[in-house]
Design a protein around this ligand. Structure first.
Ligand code: F6P
Length: 359
């Protein structure tokens, strides 16, 4: 093993730079050279590499984003290319293989979520030596207990909830906070519990707005004249569809619709006469410095990926299981989403504490 390449793919996430740094530093310790690939799989297709030596990663541990750049658009197997003035999806995966051969790269370390690791798996089938590293604030990747970036996103959402609490209490209002998570409710559940929300709505449990309104009215009767609702972006009403599904299929105009948080806020005012304000936390959850937990997890993932490469273990993903970093087949991580199980201990604890889940 003489040369490794590393790329970051998909949406960015706190901790990406910490992983890159750990890879560069531990590879250096073993006398292995590391090349960074700029902008994810775009750079792999175009042959856009940069050196990743010790001086290149110096000082990046606490920095958000990724020094390599990333994109969630470019897939080498369906690469948008202009042919005769028309945009077409062309298979350029062979260009990636050629670029790797030209650079004498022995293996690829792909830091990504479901989408990027899926592409990485296709390259495994083409004979490339690949190791995956699980990234996403959504924490929805299978085969690992946790992805890096999740805990920092939860911190950000919890801080927002703390701030919303004080203004909600002063004005006797209902405050809705919409958080990310795609089809899963991990961020909403953890932030909701950490931030003491009164209502937590997650995609795994279709919500009934009547139940939500009733619980707010009951609180008011007990003298609590404000309520805090956390809504995961992918929630769906009982018998309805996920807003995300409709958005992805292009069946609604996102600008007109607003997020699901806006709809819930609107309905609480309109149908139940509750003064409501809505905050969409959005990409604040993806930006900024990773917390201590994510710096440690990212560092462990980076070091473990280099170890796996030196052991000659490919077609795998490094994963957290319990307290250990283990190697799992890459195919176990992709093509399925890790949702919050209905018997998740934190979900059950939230219910025991009287938090309303909308069902
Ligand atoms: O998967 C991470 C995530 O932040 C989701 O929570 C969110 O739905 C999506 O990415 C937003 O992606 P973007 O704005 O980069 O297209």
């Amino acid at each position: 093993m003489r040369k490794l390449a590393v790329l970051t793919g998909g949406g960015d996430c706190p901790g990406l730079n910490a992983v890159i740094r750990a890879i560069a530093k531990s590879a250096q310790g073993y006398g292995v050279e590391v090349l960074g690939i700029r902008d994810g799989f775009r750079g792999a297709v175009e042959g856009d590499f940069m050196p990743l030596g010790l001086k290149d990663v110096s000082g990046i541990l606490p920095r958000g984003g990724t020094i390599l750049g990333t994109t969630n658009r470019d897939n080498p197997f369906a690469y948008q290319t202009k042919l005769n003035g028309v945009n077409q999806a062309v298979d350029r995966s062979d260009d990636v293989i050629r670029n790797f051969q030209k650079q004498e790269i022995d293996a690829l370390l792909a830091i990504g979520g479901d989408g990027s690791l899926n592409i990485a798996l296709k390259f495994v089938h083409k004979g490339l030596k690949v190791i995956g590293i699980p990234k996403t604030i959504d924490n929805d990747l299978m085969a690992t207990d946790q992805t890096f970036g999740f805990q920092t996103a939860v911190d950000t959402a919890q801080e927002a909830l703390d701030r919303l609490h004080t203004t909600a209490e002063s004005h006797h209002r209902v405050m809705v906070l919409e958080v990310m998570g795609r089809y899963a409710g991990w961020i909403a559940l953890y932030a909701g519990v950490a931030g003491g929300a009164d209502v937590i709505l997650i995609p795994e449990i279709p919500y009934n707005l009547n139940r939500v309104a009733l619980s707010i009215q009951q609180r008011a009767k007990q003298g609590k004249k404000f309520s805090i609702i956390v809504v995961a972006e992918g929630v769906k009403p009982l018998g309805g569809e996920m807003v995300l599904e409709r958005l992805m299929e292009g069946r609604v105009d996102p600008i007109k619709l607003g997020g699901i948080g806006a709809k819930i806020g609107h309905d609480l005012e309109e149908h139940y006469g509750m003064e409501t304000r809505v905050t969409v936390l959005g990409h604040l959850q993806r930006g900024g410095s990773p917390n201590a937990y994510d710096r440690v997890l990212s560092t462990r993932y980076g070091a473990a990926a280099v170890d796996a490469a030196l052991e000659g273990k490919f077609g795998i993903m490094v994963a957290l299981q319990g307290r250990e970093i283990v190697q799992v087949p890459l195919q176990e991580a992709v093509n399925q989403i890790k949702l919050v199980p209905l018997n998740d201990p934190l979900l059950l604890a939230a219910r025991t504490l009287g938090m309303e889940m909308g069902d």
